[in-house]
Design a protein around this ligand. Structure first.
Ligand SMILES: Cc1cc2nc3c(=O)[nH]c(=O)nc-3n(C[C@H](O)[C@H](O)[C@H](O)COP(=O)(O)O)c2cc1C
Length: 194
């Protein structure tokens, strides 16, 4: 996995634009937060914020989640997703469409262990809390940290999003610049009306 590099000549053109927008955010909190929209079992929409965790060796967008939350079951049923990523300083929005694949620690121990190792102790702690979405109980356990060297949580799930379409809207120029790339079109750039 890499946070944003790779062989430049093999990367789709929008990857450099996304990297530029991310760099412009600098260390602003929230620069790695994006919204993941999916469809629940009953066909109604769901959207929530997740942290961007990098790119897989084959260019899938990586996210981490908890196997006990709602989204893994929803995504197994209906894997099509859209991500919306806002870059406030760059005044740019990226909308990324694709299909989610779920990877558990049993399926790819090395990839999951790598992500687990790179999480901060406080970042890891949420996977040691009781089942997400259940009624709250003070009893917990609610650890603040899971220290380095602890085994990978069995609840850790890696989501790899195989992207099929990316759209950028840049509010800086006049008129605003809207561009779209599709995998089926070999990521050829099309400019659209904003
Ligand atoms: C800033 C922020 C970052 C978050 N990052 C993640 C994340 O990386 N992975 C995750 O599963 N949930 C993350 N969450 C929690 C989700 O938004 C969501 O509440 C949780 O995953 C349960 O969603 P679900 O019921 O749709 O499965 C984050 C929430 C916030 C506010």
């Amino acid at each position: 996995m890499s946070t944003d590099q790779g062989p430049a000549d093999l990367l789709p053109p929008w990857r450099a634009l996304l990297r530029g927008a991310r760099q412009r955010e600098g260390r602003a909190p929230g620069s790695g937060w994006l919204q993941l929209a999916s469809v629940a079992h009953d066909g109604t929409p769901r959207v929530r914020t997740l942290v961007f965790r990098g790119w897989s060796p084959s260019g899938e967008l990586e996210l981490l989640t908890d196997a006990r939350s709602e989204k893994p079951a929803e995504l197994m049923h209906q894997p099509q997703v859209e991500l919306c990523w806002l870059f406030r300083k760059a005044r740019e929005q990226f909308r990324l469409r694709g299909a989610a694949r779920l990877i558990t620690p049993e399926q790819d121990p090395a990839a999951l262990a790598d992500h687990w190792r790179r999480l901060s102790p406080s970042g890891r702690s949420v996977w040691a809390w009781p089942d997400p979405g259940q009624l709250f109980s003070e009893a917990g356990p609610w650890p603040r940290e899971v220290v380095d060297g602890e085994p990978v949580s069995p609840h850790l799930v890696l989501l790899r999003i195989h992207l099929s379409q990316v759209e950028q809207l840049d509010l800086k120029p006049h008129p605003h610049c809207r561009r779209c790339w599709q995998r089926q079109d070999h990521w050829r750039e099309r400019r659209l009306n904003p």
